[in-house]
Design a protein around this ligand. Structure first.
Ligand SMILES: Cc1ncc(COP(=O)(O)O)c(C=O)c1O
Length: 432
């Protein structure tokens, strides 16, 4: 495959877009970021005419695949009536009612545009509710790019990360406020005892525990049995707000998100990505008394572009398809088939590969471990080797996320899953 046109456009882009891209994560593609021309179903095509079977799904949102006809129809219909009223509209209300029915914690909610914003609002709300200054978060998890969640995301090695019981908050960005670390208590994930210790005697300082219910931003790590329920109990005992960041798990593990899948209901939850097939929308949802400060205006949440017609319409159509076509069974079974196939391909070609996850999303990496349990285990992944694997897959028509997460959509077929497995086998062979 050649990527010549993309190369030229990327050179041109660097003269006008900072770093040539609009989001940091888009820089990391070998031999350089590609420019895409169109997407349909499970495929995406670049400007050089290369067609890829897509397992990035644009970092998760495209749960129905690219350009789903029912989504496009609904967006077109709604857009013809106006784009943004900056006032209330019926479809927004109907969407909220649907979410209230589907999501266990969603007694009340507010719409925003991105997961980062909604996470930011959730933490502000928790501080207001408890009048406490800090929050607990977990090493290697990602809650967007705003200031107070920009430490402890990606320590490169043991030396930088400090002791397991008290990880160092490695800064992920320059330009953060001086005292930002003071707001955060950083802990390893999946270790309830350390959360208990952190809360013991200090709960008067801790407003919230925020967690991805499945850790999808470093590996794809399910919670240990009892971990989420244990967090629920500890938060109840100490009057701490439990926040689930369901930006990835929401609508992907089921219509009620991870909270329904695992049977643990948080006080607040944040959703985004898969709910609107690529249109910008996120939700902060919670039990009524937890959302009250936003309802009465004590806590400010706002946004000119919130609940615009196309995004609301896209969410309505996406949820309708997810609900009526029972898409989740397909996502789980295709995901399982792909995970099993990749494991087998790795065995046949003599590579130590760890495939871990739930099906609708999972992680693949080169590691000798049998299971990855927290962020520090993910250092066992051979990242340069996986980068070679991703480049080999791209050259053979399969688009993957560089950090190892794979997303499945309703548009994928069994034949395409098998094609991906066969391609992976031949790339693995070529890696020697
Ligand atoms: C768990 C989680 N939370 C929050 C975010 C931020 O969402 P957004 O990119 O929509 O701002 C992401 C994005 O990948 C995420 O994975």
């Amino acid at each position: 495959m050649t990527y010549e046109k993309s190369k030229q456009l990327y050179e041109r882009a660097q003269q006008v877009l900072a770093g040539g891209v609009s989001s940091e994560f888009r820089k990391f593609n070998a031999p350089h970021p590609l420019f895409y021309a169109s997407g349909a179903g499970s495929h995406i095509t670049d400007v050089d005419g290369n067609e890829f079977l897509d397992f990035t799904l644009s970092q998760g949102p495209l749960i129905l695949g690219h350009s789903h006809p029912q989504v496009l129809d609904e967006v077109t219909r709604a857009s013809a009536t106006g784009q943004l009223f900056a006032g209330q509209h019926l479809q927004e209300l109907e969407l909220a009612e649907t979410l209230q029915r589907l999501i266990p914690c969603a007694e009340r909610m507010r719409f925003s545009l991105s997961g980062s914003e909604a996470d930011h609002a959730a933490l502000r709300l928790a501080r207001a509710l408890t009048k406490r200054p800090k929050f607990i978060r977990f090493e290697g998890q990602y809650h967007g790019w705003f200031d107070n969640v920009c430490t402890g995301v990606a320590a490169p090695n043991a030396e930088a990360a400090g002791p397991q019981e008290l990880p160092t908050q490695v800064r992920w960005s320059a330009g953060l406020p001086e005292d930002i670390e003071d707001q955060v208590i950083l802990l390893p994930w999946n270790d309830l005892d350390l959360v208990r210790k952190a809360l013991r005697g200090r709960s008067h300082e801790v407003a919230a525990v925020i967690t991805e219910p499945v850790m999808c931003n470093s590996g794809c790590i399910p919670p240990e049995p009892g971990f989420l329920a244990g967090l629920r109990t500890l938060c109840d005992e100490t009057g701490t707000v439990l926040i689930f960041d369901e930006v990835i798990t929401g609508f992907r593990l089921g219509l009620g998100g991870a909270q329904q899948h695992f049977g643990v209901v948080p006080d607040l939850a944040v959703f985004g990505k898969a709910m609107a097939s690529g249109y910008p929308i996120s939700v902060l949802a919670g039990q009524q008394r937890f959302m009250q400060p936003i309802a009465d205006g004590t806590v400010i949440h706002a946004g000119t572009m919130n609940s615009g017609n196309p995004s609301i319409a896209a969410a309505v159509a996406t949820l309708r398809v997810l609900e009526t076509e029972h898409v989740h069974q397909t996502l789980f079974s295709l995901g399982q088939r792909l995970m099993d196939g990749l494991r087998k391909a790795a065995q046949e070609t003599g590579h130590q590969v760890l495939v871990q996850g739930l099906g609708p999303m999972f992680h693949m990496g080169f590691s000798a471990l049998e299971r990855v349990r927290d962020f520090r285990d993910t250092w066992s992944y051979d990242k340069p080797k996986y980068a070679k694997f991703v480049a080999g897959m791209q050259d053979r028509g399969i688009r993957l996320i560089g950090r190892g997460l794979w997303y499945i959509s309703a548009a994928h077929t069994e034949a395409e899953i098998d094609q991906a497995i066969d391609t992976a086998r031949s790339v693995l062979k070529s890696l020697g």
